[in-house]
Design a protein around this ligand. Structure first.
Ligand code: AMP
Ligand code: MG
Length: 282
């Protein structure tokens, strides 16, 4: 199945998140039976990211959005583990600093976008400005409702400049979120992740789902599509994201740059002489 088609939000279509199954796992029984494909996808990501860095002409921006504990960190861990740190970066967006808040909402975002040859993963993004900001009424409706168009224009500008954009919404159920909160409570190594806000935001689940549906509908474009990823199963979520990333990178038909020297000439003129010298050295 082509995940690029299956999970993509078609531009102009309407989105009902409660109609999308967060438990979906395609043909796979469990993690073990998917393992071979997961390894294969990671190898592909590794090779394609290396090629993007070498080619140095285009870039990839991956935006991750989700409710708390839906697996943004886990997805980053998985996808990023397959990449070379040279040419790949993660950027997390928190509550805007004083300086960031004194600028337009895209200011801090634009500054973090990938340069040619780079892959950048956003852990949260400019979409927070039509999600948390809308749900908590941090700015009036007249302000946030204009932002969808501003976002589409902004992203088009990036695309025109050679950046490919993939946006993932990691879709979990309300029950699964609670299970994961419980696992965090039970694991001292994850206590640091727990905040009051996790539980207070959870009560706003319907408001968030609504805000997400609007964002997905208004900003899934041909040039910067959204994908809704079934994410109750961590291994399936990783596999789905990996496949969409590799499928996209493969479609770019990237090429290694031409060598800056004549390789045959280098082989003849320099290398052969060095080998001869090394062989006759005492
Ligand atoms: P975390 O990702 O769990 O470290 O939390 C980051 C927090 O920053 C979340 O509660 C986000 O909702 C919040 N945040 C991110 N961007 C914005 C924004 N533009 N305005 C307000 N809050 C934001
Ligand atoms: Mg959090």
């Amino acid at each position: 199945m082509d995940y690029l088609k299956l999970f993509r939000v078609e531009p102009g279509s309407s989105v009902r998140l409660n109609k999308i199954d967060p438990d979906f796992k395609d043909k796979h029984e469990d993690k073990e039976s998917a393992e071979l494909e997961i390894v294969k996808q990671n190898q592909k990501i590794h090779d394609l990211q290396y090629l993007m860095y070498a080619e140095n002409r285009r870039s990839l921006l991956i935006c991750l959005q989700a409710m708390d504990a839906a697996g943004k960190d886990g997805t980053i861990n998985h996808v990023f583990a397959a990449m070379n740190a040279q040419g790949a970066r993660v950027r997390s967006f928190k509550t805007p600093s004083h300086e960031e808040a004194a600028h337009d909402f895209l200011w801090r975002i634009h500054n973090a976008t990938p340069a040619k040859g780079e892959v950048v993963i956003f852990n949260r993004s400019h979409y927070e400005d039509v999600l948390v900001v809308r749900v908590h009424k941090l700015v009036p409706k007249e302000v946030w409702s204009e932002r969808y168009d501003l976002i589409n224009d902004f992203e088009r500008n990036l695309v025109e400049n050679g950046t490919h954009i993939l946006k993932f919404f990691l879709h979990i159920s309300l029950d699964e979120q609670l299970r994961r909160f419980k696992q965090r409570l039970d694991d001292p190594a994850r206590h640091w992740k727990i905040t009051d806000a996790d539980y207070t935001e959870r009560r706003l689940w319907p408001e968030y789902q609504n805000a997400y549906e609007d964002a997905l509908e208004k900003t899934s474009t041909k040039h910067a599509p959204w994908f809704v990823i079934p994410a109750n199963r961590k291994w399936f979520r990783n596999l789905a994201v990996s496949r969409i990333v590799t499928g996209t990178l493969e479609s770019l038909d990237m090429k290694f740059p031409e060598p800056v020297v004549n390789i045959d000439e280098i082989r003849r003129q320099y290398h052969a002489a060095e080998e001869a010298a090394a062989a006759s050295a005492p």
